[in-house]
Design a protein around this ligand. Sequence first.
Ligand SMILES: CC(C)(COP(=O)(O)OP(=O)(O)OC[C@H]1O[C@@H](n2cnc3c(N)ncnc32)[C@H](O)[C@@H]1OP(=O)(O)O)[C@@H](O)C(=O)NCCC(=O)NCCS
Length: 207
Amino acid sequence: MTALHLDDLKQYSDVLRARDGREIRVRFVEPRDREELQNYIRSLSAGSRYSRFLGALSELPKSELERFLHVGEADRFTVVATMLVDGFETIVGEARYAFHADTSSVEFGLSIDDRWQGLGIGKALLNNLECRAASLGAERMFGDTLRSNATMIGLARKSGYAFTASPGDWKLVRFAKEIHVEPQDIPCASWRLAAVSRSAAMSSLAV
Ligand SMILES: CC(C)(COP(=O)(O)OP(=O)(O)OC[C@H]1O[C@@H](n2cnc3c(N)ncnc32)[C@H](O)[C@@H]1OP(=O)(O)O)[C@@H](O)C(=O)NCCC(=O)NCCS
């Protein structure tokens, strides 16, 4: 179990920058996002949806949408990246990550709206996911993508991930990265704070 206070999701909100300086907010998904999140998934190009979910779907099946909305359940988390478009907070990306305590690892997948790809948002979101993973105590990040997904492979390579075959599926490649980082060295302020208070809480339990 994580030590996040999930009754107040809003405190875990970060501001990132796209390459052109545009402000992107990353926050946990909330119940109010249900319809917009589904519309976001529907609006992705068929190719982006296939790459993200490793199969053909036009929208999230109802049960999967519910899982996406239940932040923290089974140590799985969904975040949305939002931007102000014409004055409205608009979802321009999403990511889902799962903390596997047995292997101290975080598995993740992400997508960026086709209209906003290539602007450095994926890279910024990935950096943010690494902070989130480190604050959970993870020592490794990994994900699987299609061997044909040059963009994700390029992003992972540029972010220092190494590649191996994905277990059980020759069409996929696994990218993984060690992220041994002490709580006080986590490069995102909010997650550094969360990690420092988590490790303080754990050491007070140990005495
Ligand atoms: C993969 C994805 C998340 C990348 O997000 P993005 O915002 O477009 O990526 P960025 O603009 O941050 O690019 C980061 C790096 O990725 C690499 N990259 C981007 N586009 C690329 C392309 N067409 N070919 C190869 N590498 C590419 C580059 O290294 C780039 O860094 P650089 O621009 O400094 O050279 C996005 O394209 C996407 O949502 N694709 C569909 C869903 C998907 O494939 N998800 C991954 C499943 S795990």
